[in-house]
Design a protein around this ligand. Sequence first.
Ligand code: GUN
Ligand code: FE
Length: 450
Amino acid sequence: SSNESAAGIAHVYRGTFVHATYHTAVEILEDRLLGVDTEGKIAFIGSGKEVDRLSQKWGFEAFAVTQLGQHEFFMPGMVDTHIHASQYSYAGTALDMPLLQWLNMYTFPVEACYKDLEFARNVYTHVVKRTLRNGTTTACYFATIHTDASLLLGQIANDFGQRALVGKVCMDTNNFIPHYKETPEESEGETNRWVINSYPLVRPVVTPRFAPSCSAALLGYLGEIAHNNDLHIQSHISETKEEVNLVKELFPDYDSYTDVYHRHNLLTDKTVLAHGCHLTDGELKLFRETGASIAHCPNSNISLCSGMLDVRRVLNHKVKLGLGTDVAGGYSPSMLDAVRRTLDTSKALTIQDTQYHTLTFEEVFRLATLGGSQALSLDENTGNFEVGKDFDALRVNTDAAGGPIDLINHGEGSFFMSLFPLSIPPSGDDRNIVEVYVAGKRVVPFVEGP
Ligand code: GUN
Ligand code: FE
């Protein structure tokens, strides 16, 4: 047999594949055969009817093909572009204050606990397992200011097989809990220690918390480290109006909140900034020009009464945008929830303005998968089912939890049948996600230790 792949074929799957492409928000590929090589990359995608020819060409046994069930399909793994792993311990509580008070009252005291590595190990293990089980194959995490606990988060994500960007948080201003901060030099030194770490699935991210908790000196150091090492950068921006006003006070010589980051070399095509609810057109233009992206965190935006991001406006500015859970400002660690909340916010904007161009479900499906990969500049390797990309995928069974669409047979070829694979994000839940794959390896269900 002639095997064209440098690596051999490890697995072949046959069934329906649903994904987003650069041209189409949702493409449904029925009866396809998808081969994954021993390096976890998609080696070929062909017609299921050509199984004999493809098995000869690629050198696999036709009987070894995994056939999906009637109620099953594969979709790309979801990308959480903004989540605080360290805040998972209190997700679903403490949402009774606006952002700046919430940070002082609940968040900083909890994050200070990550000095204790056993505390960190416990929470970080839980958040990685939970998000993987909920279908997050790539997570862009904030940890805390503690380098050793942040290293542990990277190790845990890698061990469970989750692709992750991990940020050791940098902050040298904290008026409320004075012991939960660093000096600018400590923060620079620890970030330099942080960014040299590496696990195959994990990349370090330079992480100034947000402008109000960073001095100009610290922002300058971090911009330089990111530039010198070609690293990802993450932070928060324009989440609430109160915060925007505070930044105006703290940085009076800058044109805008975005300009504060821009002038410290923190806006690049590997930058992702969370929220952006109150950005001006001029600021969005700066995002477009620099290639920086926005992590839309609708659960958090509503839960902390921060604002409603107009996603349509961001997309019209051709700014890259992904979805984020923003645990624990957002109370749900599930990207399926982020999909629903994105639709809800878009519909709330439509209630306010009936002319509003509401986001479609298909568009939001793309934002949760390929859009997130683009926002994190990882779409060369992830985000959809294209030959050469890593196989990051969810095996979905619409019948697993008594899926609502399956309970009612609308008939073959009907409108509902064509939408049936899409029923998972709006009305299904994580019980419908029966297997999760990252880089070709099945990581859910978990393989329990001895
Ligand atoms: N801005 C600065 N820090 C935080 C945080 O931890 N959560 C949210 N939602 N916004 C922030
Ligand atoms: Fe956040």
